[in-house]
Design a protein. Structure first.
Length: 337
């Protein structure tokens, strides 16, 4: 019988409880240690607790880590684990930007260590049913809605509202999950959806609060609607098929409790992570999702620069800033329609 993998959880914020519950019930993994910069959090754990992830890695020598730290720390924590040949499951997004994500992917490939990005919505039961209903039919349109009030969902994790730490806002943090669902539904036979237009509304701090992103693949049109100011919560997917049918998946259906759907989704995350460790497969979509985020921000910022430029000859507008460092008010709009 294969021994359970010893897994450490680094970062004990709002999402960590779903991982901890999934680890508690996992037949093939067991919690070995936890880490958080707030000493009160690891002190409350029944396993060894740390405030320094390097000490955890060097003293506990886990087989794998789950990384749920703020987005701006993903690069450092994941790299430290990979350099010690420890498998990594990191919350989406993989990193703050494509350059960081590419650096992590190259490091993982060089060390031969699994690097797995957790897109928890792909393990949702309603999404699984939708995929079964679509089997054998050609998809022509997909709309993914990811609407919530972020202040309710972030809890004490205020970094979500800091565009520098989050990477921007709803596009940087929720966008990867929505984009991953598009790739999951359209399947490997299609090309990755390409962003063709983007409207992004930010608050005074520069945090994305709403976004309407349209994409096009070789066979289908797609739309991602994101909202961090929505009164309540709506997470669903609508699919139109070439045979005229319209299908729908409500990812919150059957899960009335706050964040109730996440309990079963993170069981799926860890099950897939375990498979990646024991029988490594092709790289996941962490980099593809970061490219989606970059394209949405770039297209929106470029269009604004074009609209602000005078009609007469003038110096070229500066290159658009990275996600989360753009202008602090109004809307960023790109493309048409």
């Amino acid at each position: 019988m294969t021994a359970p993998l010893r897994v450490a959880v680094i970062g004990l914020g709002v999402i960590s409880r779903f991982y901890l519950a999934a680890l508690r019930d996992s037949p093939s993994m067991r919690l070995a240690a936890v880490c958080d910069s707030d000493p009160a959090k690891p002190d409350a754990s029944p396993v060894p607790g740390y405030t320094d992830h390097l000490r955890l890695l060097d003293e506990e020598r886990p087989d794998a880590v789950v990384v749920t730290v703020p987005n701006d720390v993903h690069l450092r924590v994941c790299a430290d684990a990979l350099e010690r040949d420890v498998a990594v499951c990191v919350e989406k997004p993989l990193a703050l930007d494509v350059a960081q994500g590419d650096a992590l992917r190259r490091l993982a490939d060089r060390r031969g260590v699994p690097l797995f990005t957790a897109f928890h919505r792909r393990y949702n039961a309603a999404v699984a049913r939708l995929r079964e209903q679509c089997a054998g039919s050609r998809i022509t349109e997909v709309t993914v809605r990811y609407l919530e009030r972020i202040e309710e969902h972030a809890g004490d994790d205020g970094w979500y509202l800091d565009p520098g730490r989050c990477g921007g806002g709803c596009v940087a943090d929720n966008g990867p999950n929505a984009f991953d669902l598009l790739r999951l539904l359209l399947g490997p036979a299609d090309t990755a959806p390409e962003v063709v237009s983007a409207r992004i509304e930010t608050d005074a701090r520069g945090t994305d609060r709403r976004a309407d992103v349209r994409l096009r693949s070789r066979t289908a049109a797609a739309r991602i609607l994101l909202d961090w100011s929505y009164p309540g919560e709506r997470k669903d997917v609508e699919v139109r098929l070439a045979d005229g049918r319209t299908l729908h998946a409500d990812m919150l259906d059957g899960h009335p409790g706050f964040k109730g759907s996440l309990w079963h989704e993170y069981v799926g995350v860890l099950r897939d992570f375990d498979r990646r460790i024991r029988a490594p497969r092709t790289p996941d979509g962490g980099l593809a999702a970061l490219r989606f985020v970059r394209a949405a921000y770039h297209l929106a910022e470029t269009r604004i620069a074009e609209r602000r430029a005078p009609a007469s000859s003038a110096p070229a507008a500066p290159a658009p800033p990275q996600a989360g460092t753009g202008p602090g008010n109004g809307a960023r709009t790109g493309g048409g329609g």
